[in-house]
Design a protein around this ligand. Structure first.
Ligand code: ATP
Length: 609
């Protein structure tokens, strides 16, 4: 069947049935209800409220008969007033119970979404790095926000409306048959006629809703990509404003078209329903009149009025119940989407019997490590090296050779696809993940700072750090002079992702943050972007003593950084092609010599000039 808008209604129906059949399974329902069960007591009260208010809601219609027959036709003013007051009282009572039900319902819905949101956030936090690099941020946020908000709607409206409408309908049918079975039969036969327009509207709305959900995801994606700090910069620098605007405008136009079509589908549906709903009462008057006049039935005007009023009360519930099919399917789809996220395996987590060593010496070993992001292209091919505690190693290599990938394997941002990575003598996959990550400090190229004060950013590494500790690490990271000069000192805001700071300041701040964490192993991914020589030497001054005093891995782009390390590993195409000390490597005439001539030497000359 060809996809897209060219599909016929029949095809669509089969497609819909096919798409939805597996969704509403027992395990799915059980799972949905498992989120409701903690609130079963409150739900029982809600059920009670629904039953009482639905039945009470029908009473005024029944009382109408007695008002007409005994009050008006029987000319009994006292009874008339009494019946009117009773009817009003019953209406008020049913509505007040409705208010209580509504409150409780909302309470339950809010608590369920609260539970689900927290669970989702916790789950997403545990997802591996590859999940975030391969999923669109907009999609993830939509799952977190609008899908889970949809659950609130399901609980407050879909579930309760199924219950209250079924109860009202059942009660109305029972009362009608008790009044007069012939008229009740006529009335209930008119009702199924609703199915035709309802099914039509259901189909149309279902397609439109799906399309508009896709469209809204697309719009969110565009906004997230182009209005983010780095996204808008990219757009500006490449002069893509018009192109991006056109993309956004087109998606926006599609959205308004869909919205209009969606609301029109609902409006046409109402036209048909209102026409049908006026046929029912007329039929009852006609059949009732014939029974009274031709068959001498003991039917009264009041009885007919009761039946007409009850029939009027049936349309709403029937209408909703038939429509609920769409709602129901939509709700189940919503839950399925959320559960899909819940079910995504957490690829990287602590093993059940995780090792938590007494202390970590920071040593690292790579044993025949192989790695691939996609299972096809090998990024690391048989990488082996040992870094002893207290020593340091510099990794150099052309761009894309796999340097960042190598260090990502140590804190298990990714897991190896072959071989082993050992930390302190233990395979990282056997260690407790919190322990492992706690012992490793990374100063990455892309220093991530939160939009807050310098102090807040520093304290992220150690919330209970004292003022003296903060000053100490800032001095070590060579950023103290800068902070001291700021009017607000530690309280200065760093701006969105640290944009108010220069590249060098950001990196030194993040060095200070890592020092505060005091890790057993320090990984420093030197920025490739060229900093001015003052910034570079400030970073250098900060890094040198740190490297000398603890186990460290440096991804180096500058000779001064390389020289600070005890050993140099030269990586090329995912393999260590050379290793040793600077003097030997320069003379060897291999990749290192090439890098030295093209990169390091030039950077050194720049630094010195
Ligand atoms: P640079 O010096 O430019 O930072 P690098 O040596 O650190 O480069 P890596 O970032 O490790 O190189 O990348 C090695 C290879 O892996 C590159 O070809 C890159 O395209 C690829 N790669 C990096 N990250 C991912 C990812 N998340 N998914 C798929 N491929 C990736």
């Amino acid at each position: 069947m060809p996809p897209g808008p060219g599909r016929g209604a029949r095809d669509f129906l089969t497609d819909e049935e096919k798409a939805n059949r597996p969704k509403v399974t027992w395990p799915l329902l059980k799972r949905v209800f498992s989120y409701l069960t903690p609130y079963w007591k409150q739900m029982l009260v809600v059920l009670g409220c629904i039953i009482v208010s639905s039945v009470l809601g029908l009473m005024p219609s029944v009382l109408t008969g007695r008002i007409i027959d005994q009050g008006l036709i029987g000319r009994d003013l006292r009874l008339l007033i009494l019946l009117i007051l009773l009817s009003l009282g019953v209406t008020l009572g049913s509505n007040l119970i409705g208010v209580a039900e509504n409150y409780l319902n909302n309470w339950i819905a809010q608590h369920i979404t609260y539970d689900m949101r927290n669970k989702m956030y916790r789950h997403l936090q545990r997802m591996s790095q590859s999940f975030f690099t391969s999923n669109n941020q907009g999609d993830i946020i939509t799952r977190m926000t609008s899908d889970i908000s949809g659950v609130e709607r399901v609980v407050t409206s879909t579930f309760t409306s199924i219950l209250s409408n079924s109860i009202t309908l059942a009660a109305a049918v029972i009362i009608m048959f008790r009044e007069n079975w012939v008229l009740a039969l006529v009335g209930t036969l008119v009702v199924p006629l609703f199915t035709i327009p309802t099914r039509w509207a259901g189909k149309t709305r279902w397609t439109l809703t799906r399309e508009s959900q896709e469209c809204s995801d697309q719009i969110n994606g565009i906004l997230n990509e182009t209005l983010s700090v780095s996204g808008q910069l990219l757009v500006k620098l490449f002069g893509k404003e018009d192109e991006e605007y056109e993309k956004y405008r087109a998606a926006n136009e599609r959205m308004i078209r869909l919205n209009i079509r969606e609301s029109m589908a609902g409006r046409w549906f109402r036209v048909v329903i209102t026409t049908f709903s006026s046929v029912g009462p007329m039929l009852l008057y006609l059949v009732g009149g014939i029974l009274m006049m031709k068959y001498d039935s003991d039917l009264t005007v009041g009885d007919i009025s009761v039946l007409v009023a009850l029939l009027g009360r049936m349309y709403g519930p029937v209408n909703s119940l038939l429509n609920i099919q769409v709602e129901w399917i939509r709700s189940m789809a919503l839950f399925t989407r959320i559960f899909e996220y819940y079910d995504m395996p957490v690829e990287i987590e602590s093993p059940p019997d995780a090792i938590v060593p007494e202390r970590a010496d920071g040593s690292v070993s790579f044993e025949h490590v192989r790695f691939s992001y996609d299972g096809e292209r090998q990024i690391l091919k048989d990488v082996s090296f040992d870094l002893k505690a207290g020593h340091s190693v510099a990794i150099v290599g052309p761009s894309g050779s796999g340097k960042s990938t190598m260090i990502n394997l140590i804190p298990r941002l990714y897991d190896v696809t072959g071989g082993r990575v050992l930390f302190g003598g233990n395979d990282v996959r056997t260690l407790d993940l919190d322990f492992l990550r706690d012992k490793i400090g990374i100063v990455s190229q892309e220093t991530y700072l939160f939009n807050g004060t310098i102090r807040e950013n520093l304290l992220y590494a150690k919330p209970d750090a004292t003022e003296a500790e903060l000053i100490d690490v800032c001095k070590k990271a060579n950023i103290w002079d800068f902070i001291e000069k700021q009017e607000q000192g530690f309280e200065s805001m760093v701006g969105n992702r640290g944009l108010k700071l220069s590249g060098g300041e950001k990196q030194r701040l993040s060095i200070a943050r890592v020092l505060l964490k005091d890790p057993a192993l320090l990984i420093f991914d030197e920025a490739t972007a060229s900093l001015d020589s003052i910034s570079e030497s400030k970073i250098q001054e900060a890094i040198d003593p740190i490297v000398a005093s603890r186990t460290s891995i440096l991804i180096a782009h500058r000779l001064s950084t390389i020289l600070a390390a005890d050993e140099i590993l030269v990586l090329r195409d995912g393999q260590i092609v050379e290793r040793g000390a600077h003097e030997e490597l320069v003379k060897a005439g291999g990749t290192y010599t090439e890098l030295y001539e093209t990169q390091f030497k030039r950077a050194l000359e720049r630094e010195q000039s």
